[in-house]
Design a protein. Structure first.
Length: 338
């Protein structure tokens, strides 16, 4: 159903004159890398009016991370891992080194990409200095009569090595981010006893989240569609009280940015979660009322009524019938093969 809805919205966007959405895979990867390196994305009014949405669904079972000391860190690492897996590791690695934060267009401008003049000038300058250094070095090595000048060889090799080292350092930074994912970075921080108790710990986590939000904004402009990351949080009512409060704090951290494209679907039993929250220190100032805290944390609360006896019987009968149909198909298939 969601795919049909997305296809209909893409067709509607094309009828309104918008260009076709693109993907950072295949040939689109080269275009994405080119734009990452030399262009700055601009969020225009036309982009904000786009109706074409793509939802990235991420399932987070809190029970799988209940054994770790920081359950909320598992939520952040799961988010980073799935976003990296969805778009690919190379574009995100290049964005860490060369990418820039998208800015909003002034007035009614519809220009979505602006050339990064500073980056281009620095790159051309490095290439020019590298070419000059190589030329001096070749002249000092090949031209008769100048081969004996040792100082010229030193100058040429020094200029070439300095300019080339800057390019190599940039490539090594991209390679480092390609090999060491955001998930591994956060796991190293959480495993570090020396750093976990310092104030800079949450700042590092916050920086990783901000980079991820800026990267999603870049991919929105590149793909010519709006992106929404939907995190489905389940099994939270099976964890310890202090870890439950940590997940709510992580949700507040991820949603603190007004432009963050995150949507949380929290499936919990309030009768279990509320006592957990009231046992922690996050209730100060709220009269120790867990329901009040939960109502403030959840924007759109709704409940599913308890299933009655008849509904349970119908569900069991449907499951049994489905199992019988499946067994019949397997037996019929085996008979046909023989």
């Amino acid at each position: 159903f969601m795919r049909e809805e997305m296809a209909q919205r893409e067709a509607a966007e094309l009828r309104r004159g918008h260009r076709k959405p693109r993907s950072p895979h295949g040939w689109g990867l080269l275009e994405a890398l080119w734009l990452l390196a030399f262009y700055e994305p601009v969020v225009t009014e036309g982009h904000l009016r786009r109706k074409n949405l793509e939802f990235i669904f991420i399932r987070f079972s809190a029970w799988e991370f209940a054994g770790c000391d920081k359950l909320w860190a598992g939520l952040v690492t799961t988010l980073c891992h799935h976003v990296r897996q969805h778009f690919g590791a190379l574009p995100l690695s290049v964005f860490h080194v060369l990418g820039s934060r998208p800015r909003f267009a002034s007035g009614f401008s519809q220009r979505e990409w602006v050339l990064k003049k500073g980056t281009c000038l620095r790159l051309w300058g490095l290439l020019l200095v590298l070419a000059v250094g190589i030329a001096i070095l070749l002249v000092a090595l090949l031209v008769p009569g100048i081969k004996d000048h040792h100082a010229l060889k030193v100058v040429g090799s020094a200029v070439a090595s300095l300019s080339g080292s800057s390019l190599v350092l940039g490539a090594l930074s991209i390679l480092k981010n390609f090999l060491v994912s955001e998930k591994k970075k956060i796991e190293r921080l959480t495993n570090s006893d020396r750093f976990a108790g310092q104030l800079g710990f949450m700042s590092k986590i916050r920086d990783e989240v901000e980079v991820l939000v800026d990267y999603l904004a870049f991919m929105e402009v590149f793909e010519r569609r709006r992106l929404r990351v939907v995190l489905e949080i389940t099994s939270l009512d099976l964890c310890y009280p202090e870890k439950v409060a940590g997940v709510f704090n992580a949700m507040a951290t991820l949603l603190s940015d007004a432009n963050a494209p995150f949507i949380f679907l929290l499936a919990v039993d309030p009768s279990v979660i509320v006592p957990c929250l009231e046992q922690t220190g996050c209730m100060k100032g709220l009269a120790d009322n867990g329901y009040l805290y939960l109502n403030r944390a959840v924007t759109l609360p709704f409940s599913i009524p308890e299933m009655g006896a008849r509904s349970r019987l119908r569900s069991v009968a449907a499951a049994i019938q489905t199992r019988e149909d499946l067994m019949y198909r397997i037996i019929a298939g085996n008979v046909a093969k023989t």
